[in-house]
Design a protein around this ligand. Structure first.
Ligand code: 4NP
Length: 159
């Protein structure tokens, strides 16, 4: 089992959308029972909340229903539980690195590195308009495809 955690600031826009999108890709690839995924925010403000209506709308335009997800905050156990902790931007990454225990063996990095864009963030769409949510979907899709390829390779070499 490979365990992946998507991380953003509030866990109501980028990371729950990434979770919903990647879950669908895993389902389609027949890998849902080999990869466990979740998402969280580094901040506490939206714990227990459903994803932002604009994220839900952008997701539903691409056939994804993320309405059942609920926000939660990053916790210390996540560094032991997950193999990959994937941050949406440099601020999220810095927060992860600040809390990561010294003996942490998980891969902690930027999600878009899996799209071949090692220094590129998925910009925070919260304070912008609809366009930002569409751009977010495009970036999440590119990164998810790259991540799926990487996970598939890892599963093939380990089985
Ligand atoms: P997310 O977006 O990190 O992609 O979930 C945000 C959600 C809420 C806030 C900021 C970003 N906020 O400041 O409340």
């Amino acid at each position: 089992m490979i365990r992946i955690l998507f991380v953003c600031l509030g866990n109501i826009c980028r990371s729950p959308t990434a979770e919903g999108m990647f879950r669908q890709m895993l389902d389609e690839a027949g890998l849902a029972d080999r990869v466990e995924i979740d998402s969280c925010g580094v901040g506490p403000w939206h714990v227990g909340e459903a994803p932002d209506p604009r994220a839900r709308k952008a997701a539903s335009r691409r056939g994804l229903d993320i309405g059942g997800l609920r926000g939660r905050q990053l916790e210390a156990a996540d560094f032991e539980r997950f193999d990959y902790l994937l941050a949406m931007d440099e601020d999220n990454l810095a927060a992860l690195q600040a809390q990561c225990p010294a003996d942490c063996r998980a891969h902690v990095g930027l999600f878009l590195a899996f799209a071949g864009l090692p220094d590129t963030p998925v910009p925070d769409p919260y304070f912008g308009g609809e366009r930002g949510f569409e751009d977010m979907m495009d970036l999440l899709e590119a990164a998810s495809r790259g991540l799926l390829d990487s996970i598939r390779e890892r599963l093939e070499t380990s089985s």
